[in-house]
Design a protein around this ligand. Structure first.
Ligand code: F6R
Length: 367
């Protein structure tokens, strides 16, 4: 049942190219120029009436929602707020009938996410569910459902469900842009082409994975480490940090790279590992200067960078791992893969139960 892999998590990491393809299947027009989400019942008229979007989810699905915020804001120019579901209801969010609430849940059974969905509906908002389970509670109660076709996810640590949620956000962002006319046809077609290239690019990353084993083994000797990045790299840093904590039990924190000098830099000491995501070319110089700050204080830096930047970045970091070049908005669908693998190998090195980490359940049905 593990198809030759030692753990479900590793199997599911390797299923990501298929999960991307399956999630895109039938949702892109034959000419490759538009996204057609025919399963949605929301009309063009409704889409034009949306004034704001709330994305609500827990854990890894929340991290997908952080990327989703950037995707929808940049493609559709609608303001988006992303909330952790267990906090959402209690901050008395301003939910109006022109608010689209997007709940994201792999299982579709997470109690807090379901409660947020009900709160949204009570306030007259329309709810779109992004879920991996067709007949789940969240799917049944939402007005619209966008299924992620990742297939069953068995490992407690979410991998392919997260990345399929990203694909769902890209598709939905393009769907909105198509209706709202917020992106010209050539830009939309360019993003669709780049989406189509992702599965093969993931395969390239998976082929290069063995080098990450050594990185993970050296990390496994540490008690603390940091993930840093800017923009969507920061969202991915948070997911990388959660994954590592969850299955290796090593403490880590994710920081927006520019925030370090507002406090956290005090924690940087000789030898501490820092994993820096540097995929956003327009923020490149700024992140590099943050890397210099941590390196000057003795940090050991692994840079997750775009292929082609190796020579330039090599002098600023101790180690690097290159991901194939894609559009800045799509990079989370690639940059998270090495982080998934690092946490997998770190957990393995520490001889933990990779698929069933302590204290955790796959589906959290209590609030
Ligand atoms: C982490 C993880 C959890 C879930 C969270 C939400 O790897 O799997 O953080 O993402 O419990 O679960 P769903 O998506 O089923 O609502």
């Amino acid at each position: 049942e593990k198809a030759g892999f030692d753990h479900f998590m590793l199997k599911e990491i390797h299923e990501q190219p298929k999960a991307y393809r399956d999630t895109m299947l039938g949702r892109i027009a034959d000419d490759g120029k538009s996204v057609n989400l025919t399963e949605l019942s929301m009309t063009a008229e409704y889409v034009k009436s949306i004034r704001k979007v709330h994305i609500v989810a827990c854990g890894t699905a929340y991290h997908a929602g952080m990327v989703g915020k950037t995707v929808i804001e940049s493609l559709a120019r609608i303001p988006v707020e992303t909330d952790v579901a267990s906090e959402y209801r209690y901050r008395s969010p301003i939910i109006t009938p022109d608010t689209l609430v997007i709940v994201v849940s792999q299982s579709g059974e997470t109690a807090d996410t379901l409660a947020a969905l009900r709160e949204a509906k009570r306030n007259g908002a329309r709810v779109l569910a992004i879920t991996n389970v067709v007949g789940s509670s969240v799917a049944r109660e939402a007005d619209d459902v966008l299924v992620t076709w990742a297939g069953p996810e068995i490992a407690v640590a979410s991998t392919k469900a997260y990345t399929s949620q990203l694909i769902a956000f890209y598709l939905f962002g393009l769907h909105l842009a198509g209706i709202l006319g917020t992106k010209d046809e050539a830009t939309v077609a360019g993003i669709i082409t780049a989406l189509g290239e992702l599965p093969e690019q993931v395969e390239i990353i998976l082929e290069n994975a063995p080098v990450l084993k050594q990185v993970a083994e050296s990390i496994s000797h540490h008690k603390n480490l940091f993930f840093i990045g800017r923009g969507v790299d920061y969202a991915v840093a948070q997911e990388g940090s959660l994954k590592l904590k969850e299955i290796s039990y090593i403490h880590s924190e994710a920081y927006a790279a520019g925030e370090l000098k507002h406090g956290t830099l005090a924690l940087i000491e000789e030898g501490i590992p820092v994993i820096a995501l540097i995929t956003q070319e327009e923020l490149y110089e700024k992140t590099l200067s943050n890397i210099k700050e941590v390196k000057a204080r003795g940090a050991h830096v692994l840079g997750i960078i775009n292929a082609g930047n190796e020579v330039e970045v090599a002098k600023s970091v101790d180690e690097l791992f290159a991901i194939p070049k894609t559009l800045p908005l799509l990079s989370p669908a690639l940059s998270v893969i090495p982080l998934q693998l690092i946490s997998y190998y770190a957990s393995l090195a520490l001889e933990h139960d990779v698929d069933k980490p302590r204290n955790l359940a796959k589906s959290v049905t209590v609030e």
